[in-house]
Design a protein around this ligand. Structure first.
Ligand SMILES: Cc1cc2nc3c(=O)[nH]c(=O)nc-3n(C[C@H](O)[C@H](O)[C@H](O)COP(=O)(O)OP(=O)(O)OC[C@H]3O[C@@H](n4cnc5c(N)ncnc54)[C@H](O)[C@@H]3O)c2cc1C
Length: 609
């Protein structure tokens, strides 16, 4: 979705400005009067209020006047809004009968902002976010830390000494308030937020160095998303950063970032178990830190284990008799050792294509096995049509900051997001129609998602089923990488047998079969009982493949309170990790400070994994 964000000039308030000011004042007054019906009446018949912790201490989207009334009724004793106003320098604008306005407001405990879209009936979409807690603002700008105490001091403690004491003290002379298990980009970004908010935390990862999870992936991997989409909080990539960063470069950036953002990071540390003491309201987390057992007692435990964390390795008869090499895509070292070898890659999504492409380049005889259809979109088309309005050099030049882009994205309710996506993918289909025709003629089974809404909805719903084409799809479309169809029924000593009886000789079999739910990784640490209580992680309840209903309204269990007190999930792509880490960190900070956080609409659990 693109918007013009240039302010208009003139001295008279525009009709759009007057309408927004009136709406904000009416809404504030209705909440102050506890007049739920009046508040709900300010919304259109079909409408969406998405709140990120400002009113609900939850990630919630309510729909229509009934939903608004319910949210307002249940939160009215704890939350209201004051000082609601149009954001300075952001003139509301009107297009196609919809007025769009950026606004700010305050609650009793914090300051927030949002994006409002009014149609002729009232509010159509309304996003509210809590951005900071009063009295606990981040020390930035004029409030930045001094870094030094001038003057003469006996036994002066240096920054380095303080940092070492802090890092080494956990589990010995002090307890972290938060333990984050998983120090990939998600855990690191959250650690940076917690540091800025002054929350005692430690991020643990079984890898030795921050960034190792990217370094350990197959060697040809570069980010599939462009730089404008990928910034980390506080410290954007420099202006000469490549559009698609190679994985080792991202690994190095994450390592540097961890250090300069003063994230408390324990590498070579594997979380073994975590148990919850309901009387003490505290976790006991046992970790193996480089061979030493350390027990931590945090109040809050965050799993940042990776949505693509637990490899799905199929169990196939004959895996024990196959004489060649076999491994999951996450263990694939890259193509170098496989020149002139026969390789069968089982799977037809991102990793399968990247691996097949690199193997073909080095001269391996590679075959892809497709089991179900895949959505493919050309990287250039995705960049220009799908992301360009918000995340591109042109968007930056038009004044769309990363935060603005993230907020616009967040303001689109999941329920109708596909309606915005479908036309974009129709444009891509038209633009690349020759490619799709060749692909179809090659026999490759291609889809556009359950409702034609393409890649991003597939990602949000199931986190799989697509490939952003950076070249390898042409090899398939041109028949240079042959594709076979159907389930693999058996591995023989010399190859792979398909359901139709065909046998594919192989020296190497790669299982590019994706990843399991983060719930499965969590179960290994907290046990099945807690994992089942919390339920499936990720997905929207869209009732499409791998995302069973009922409709959830928000992504299951991500960044928000779960059915297990003190247990949270964080992750996603770099964009989600950047944006939502703020709201997760603020939830943790509020609890650390003893600020009441009554949760509206705690999600029910419909699926265990
Ligand atoms: C091949 C591939 C390409 C991708 N390309 C992109 C892209 O272009 N852009 C994008 O935004 N996203 C991309 N993603 C998706 C996603 O952004 C990455 O998977 C990213 O690494 C997720 O970050 P994370 O921190 O959530 O999880 P991870 O990076 O998976 O980190 C999880 C960490 O948890 C640790 N861990 C697990 N169990 C334990 C334990 N018991 N104790 C201690 N530590 C533990 C692991 O060591 C790991 O470091 C890609 C994913 C894959 C697999």
């Amino acid at each position: 979705m693109t918007q013009t964000l240039e302010p208009t000039t003139g001295t008279e308030p525009s009709a759009a400005r007057t309408r927004v000011e009136t709406w904000l004042a009416d809404f504030e007054a209705a909440l102050a009067a506890r007049d739920v019906d009046r508040a709900a009446g300010l919304f259109a018949t079909t409408s969406f209020w998405r709140d990120l912790i400002a009113f609900t201490w939850n990630f919630t989207t309510v729909e229509n006047r009934d939903g608004v009334a319910d949210l307002a009724r249940q939160t009215r004793e704890s939350t209201g809004a004051t000082n609601s106003r149009i954001t300075e320098g952001e003139e509301p604008e009107e297009a196609d009968g919809v007025v769009t306005a950026w606004f700010r407001f305050e609650t009793a405990v914090g300051r927030g902002s949002g994006l409002l879209r009014l149609n002729d009936e009232g509010a159509w979409t309304f996003l509210t976010t809590l951005d900071e807690l009063k009295g606990h603002e981040e020390n930035q700008g004029t409030n930045r830390p001094r870094g030094v105490e001038h003057g003469a001091q006996k036994d002066r403690v240096t920054w380095r000494e303080r940092r070492t004491a802090e890092l080494e003290g956990f589990g010995r002379d002090r307890e972290p308030y938060v333990v984050v298990i998983g120090g990939g980009q998600g855990g690191i970004a959250l650690g940076a937020r917690l540091r800025q908010l002054g929350v005692d935390h430690v991020v643990v990862d079984r890898h030795a160095r921050p960034g190792d999870q990217w370094r350990s992936r197959y060697k040809s991997l570069c980010l599939h998303d462009p730089v404008w989409y990928d910034h980390l909080p506080y410290l954007p990539f420099p202006r000469n950063w490549p559009v698609f960063a190679p994985k080792d470069k991202i690994g190095d950036w994450l390592e540097m970032y961890t250090r300069v953002m003063e994230v408390n990071y324990w590498g070579s540390t594997t979380a073994k178990s975590a148990t919850w003491d309901d009387a003490k309201k505290e976790w006991t987390v046992t970790v193996d830190r480089d061979g030493e057992e350390v027990v931590l007692h945090p109040k809050q435990l965050v799993f940042a284990l990776g949505v693509s964390g637990k490899p799905n390795i199929p169990s196939i008869p004959g895996q024990d008799v196959f004489a060649g090499e076999q491994h999951h895509s996450s263990q694939h070292p890259g193509p170098d050792a496989y020149k002139d070898k026969r390789v069968v890659v089982i799977g037809s999504n991102n990793s399968a294509f990247d691996i097949c492409g690199a193997l073909w380049e080095i001269g391996a005889d590679v075959t892809m096995v497709q089991r179900s259809s895949t959505h493919i979109v050309k990287s250039d088309s995705l960049m220009e049509i799908g992301l360009g309005g918000l995340y591109s050099e042109q968007a930056v030049e038009a004044g769309v900051t990363t935060h603005k882009a993230d907020t616009i994205f967040a303001s689109l309710p999941y329920r109708i997001m596909h309606e915005f996506q479908i036309p974009l993918y129709q444009q891509m289909a038209e633009r690349d129609k020759d490619f799709y025709q060749r692909l179809e003629e090659s026999g490759f089974r291609h889809d556009w998602g359950a409702d034609g809404s393409g890649l991003f909805m597939k990602y949000l719903r199931r986190g799989s089923g697509y490939y952003i084409d950076v070249g390898a799809a042409d090899l398939v479309a041109d028949g240079k990488i042959p594709v076979k169809h159907g389930q693999v029924t058996e591995l023989t000593e010399t190859g792979v047998k398909l359901a139709n009886g065909e046998e594919l000789p192989a020296d190497l079999v790669v299982y590019a079969t994706g990843y399991g739910s983060m719930n499965g990784l969590a179960a290994d640490i907290v046990g099945d009982e807690i994992a089942d209580r919390v339920g499936k992680v990720w997905g929207l309840g869209s009732d499409t493949t791998k995302d069973p209903g009922p409709w959830e309204g928000e992504q299951r269990n991500m960044w928000k309170p779960t059915q297990q007190e003190g247990l949270w999930f964080h992750g996603g792509n770099l964009h989600q990790s950047r944006y939502y880490s703020l709201y997760l960190a603020l939830q943790l900070k509020a609890r650390a400070e003893g600020i009441p956080t009554p949760v509206y609409g705690l999600q029910e659990v419909h699926h265990t994994s």
